[in-house]
Design a protein around this ligand. Structure first.
Ligand SMILES: [Zn+2]
Length: 300
């Protein structure tokens, strides 16, 4: 695994300009880009380096010396060997061609057993409905996701996934709701998972509870920009896992007053086995980041 770090600061914050820190930190054009023109008074400077690059601590110290603030993004990349060896892999959508879908488009959910406060545990009972205005975004794709991590695959990819005998998955039809309310069946399928894992180990990092539901504690998990998600599960908790699973934790914002047709639900992440990941990657799908979990006993 390697971790890529991206630093962004305002060159106008530095007396003498961006080069006054880039020069001494030896960050040349191989790792640094400086905007040509200021935007709203900011002259953004981006530096992208490996987490182990010795120039990184030097650059950050220089920024501190100048009392400049900066944004820091960290992202993990895993080798093919690491991914193939993983027991489960987070399938994290990259948000590049997401479409709008879910309860507000008419998708139905069974709320029996779901949290009455936040809706976590809502069980989808109908086809997936997406916004017809987003149909052009599907053009040329084999797989994508709604903003809420409902995974969409084209028919051939659905067949390929069914063909490898993967466990724990099923497919639902996908309809687009057109501006005139007509429902148009699409040549796409929603990938659904039957199994929900137990809560992850507290040894997991890069995940925070920011807006936790006070009733169930299950909604309102978020990732951090400067600390990539590294999930840890105890061996016993993944003993019953399938090829496609959902996290117990539900991520991102929620807004629910009991009316499903207006609900914004948090959503679980998909955790899949390498053989499922391979079907997506072999199909040339680039919509997802693949992040292996770590399996570790935390009783010791
Ligand atoms: Zn709740």
């Amino acid at each position: 695994m390697r971790t890529e770090v991206r630093i962004c600061f305002d060159g106008n914050d530095i007396p003498g300009g961006a080069q006054a820190v880039l020069g001494p930190a030896r960050c040349g054009p191989d790792v640094a880009t400086v905007d040509d023109e200021p935007v709203l008074g900011r002259l953004d400077v981006w530096v992208t380096v490996e987490g182990t690059d010795p120039r990184l601590p030097v650059l950050l110290q220089l920024l501190r010396d100048h009392r400049a603030s900066w944004l820091e993004r960290r992202k993990d990349y895993y080798t093919d060997e690491e991914l193939d060896r993983a027991q489960l892999i987070i399938m994290r959508n990259r948000g590049e061609n997401d479409v709008f879908g879910g309860p507000r488009l008419g998708t139905c959910y069974d709320m029996e057993g779901a949290c009455a406060t936040c809706g976590a545990g809502a069980r989808q009972t109908s086809a997936l409905f997406i916004d017809g205005e987003d149909i052009p975004r599907l053009e040329g794709l084999r797989a994508t996701s709604t903003y809420y991590s409902d995974i969409l695959v084209d028919e051939a990819l659905a067949e390929a996934l069914a063909g490898i005998g993967a466990t724990g998955l099923s497919f639902r039809a996908v309809y687009a709701v057109m501006p005139d309310k007509r429902q148009l069946k699409l040549r796409w399928r929603q990938l659904c998972a039957a199994h929900t894992l137990p809560p992850m180990s507290p040894r997991s990092t890069g995940i925070e509870r920011r807006d936790a539901c006070t009733s169930c504690g299950r909604s309102g998990f978020f990732t951090k920009m400067d600390d990539p998600p590294r999930l840890v599960y105890r061996p016993r908790d993944i003993a019953q896992s399938e090829d496609v699973n959902l996290t117990w934790e539900w991520f991102e914002d929620w807004n629910f007053d009991g009316n499903v047709s207006e609900a914004l639900f948090s959503y679980p992440w998909f955790l899949v086995t390498p053989k499922v990941m391979r079907v997506f990657r072999d199909a040339g799908v680039t919509a997802f980041d693949w992040l292996p979990i770590r399996v570790e006993d935390d009783s010791a």
